[in-house]
Write a new protein. Structure first.
Length: 412
């Protein structure tokens, strides 16, 4: 045991390593009192065909649907939720950007769930959060209402997570950090001197600027702490990005694999991505565009093709859940310690309805295996977000338009 403890203390290279069987423990979490917990947000902006997704019945005795049967073996890790939506959020596809913020349309968008949680637990890992995309992702937002750009090339993400820079590159980063700090300090001084001369609207803009500066400075300080720490080594090859945008299955698989690797190495504890394509996708049996198919108009041929695309999401989700379940971490698995929310901003994509949204909660420390069916528009979706934050040990009682925690969802 002493050998193991000394090895961990003396080697910064162990930061971010996966489970080490020979050492009998999870190296990067060895100093943590509480178990590390993670969040994965998956947005499906074009909805899920209701008749193939929604189960029959409620409670623990629900009957799995066509889609849910694909992940049936994970029933005890899953809670199906229907009837939720975001009050004040409408306008069809425009609601996509607010699925994880819950901010009404008449208000400037604000902090999304992933970015809020990252601000609370991000200091524990090299990266606060990863915002990825299997097609498109526009639902991660800062407190000032700025969209966090998503990375769609998993080869770039792999390099960021696992490839060490040369010594010259490290020194450039150190110099950039130093220069950045100087620039930030000077910018703040200049901006503060202007404040008394500004209108109320301009002062609001200036405050947003200050918030951005503070966040930038925080990241600079964090980068300085990690820049000399070797990145984790993984037994996985770099991901090959698909040649064209139509390869949605490959994109989805690559993103899911990267989420698993990031969690396994504790490189981050917050990941989000979207599953979307506007035009045709290379799915066997599909000849029309994904977006046009979502507006199926009850046409049987359109519905059949749409279901083929949506089933691919559940197939890849099953693969990801299997990997998380098979990855041990301490006395648990990554699936036990990862909360996954799969949701869409459209309850009925064909009619652009933003009510009664499809929502699944998978993994984490919850009493799963049930379908929580609420009366449509009676409970805000943000109530679920409050419950999720509470599971992470945060005492939040409010998020966006929430009215409390989600009733019926209990911690295990």
């Amino acid at each position: 045991m002493n050998t193991r403890r000394n090895f961990i203390k003396s080697s910064t290279a162990l930061l971010g390593l996966p489970w080490l069987e020979s050492l009998g423990g999870f190296a990067h979490a060895a100093g943590s009192v509480a178990e590390p917990r993670r969040l994965l947000l998956i947005s499906v902006p074009l909805g899920l065909y209701r008749e193939a997704w929604l189960p029959k019945g409620s409670g623990v005795g629900y009957e799995s649907s066509e889609y849910l049967s694909i992940i049936e073996e994970f029933r005890d890790y899953t809670t199906i939720i229907s009837g939720l939506d975001h009050p004040g959020v409408g306008a069809g596809h425009a609601s996509e950007s607010r699925i994880f913020t819950g901010v009404p349309n008449n208000t400037r968008n604000a902090l999304s769930l992933d970015q809020y949680l990252a601000s609370k637990i991000g200091q524990q890992t090299r990266f606060d959060a990863l915002t990825l995309a299997a097609g498109r992702s526009i639902f991660s937002w800062t407190a000032s209402g700025t969209m966090v750009p998503a990375e769609s090339k998993m080869s770039n993400v792999y390099a960021r997570l696992f490839l060490d820079e040369s010594e010259a590159a490290v020194q450039r980063v150190v110099q950039d950090i130093s220069n950045g700090k100087s620039i930030m300090g000077l910018s703040q001084l200049q901006a503060k001197s202007l404040k008394p001369q500004l209108s109320p609207a301009d002062q609001d803009k200036l405050e947003e600027y200050f918030e951005t500066v503070r966040e930038t400075e925080r990241r600079l300080v964090k980068s300085e702490g990690w820049v000399h720490t070797p990145k984790p080594k993984v037994n996985a090859i770099a991901r090959k990005d698909p040649a064209g945008g139509a390869e949605i299955i490959t994109e989805l698989r690559n993103v899911c694999d990267m989420a698993h690797l990031a969690f396994q190495t504790d490189s981050t504890r917050v990941v989000s991505f979207g599953y979307y394509r506007q035009t045709k996708v290379n799915v066997p049996g599909v000849t029309n565009g994904y977006h046009p198919l979502s507006h199926h108009g009850q046409d049987p041929n359109n519905i059949a093709q749409l279901k083929l695309i949506e089933k691919e999401l559940f197939k890849e989700l099953k693969v990801l859940l299997t990997k998380l379940k098979n990855t041990k971490e301490g006395d648990a698995t990554l699936l036990d310690r990862t909360t996954i929310i799969v949701a869409s901003n459209l309850g009925n994509a064909s009619s652009h309805s933003t009510k009664d949204l499809p929502v699944m909660l998978i993994g984490g420390r919850y009493n799963h295996g049930q379908h929580l069916a609420f009366e449509p528009s009676s409970v805000p979706l943000s109530n679920l977000y409050v419950s999720v934050l509470n599971q992470f040990g945060l005492a939040d009682k409010k998020f966006a338009t929430s009215t409390g925690h989600l009733k019926g969802l209990e911690l295990a």
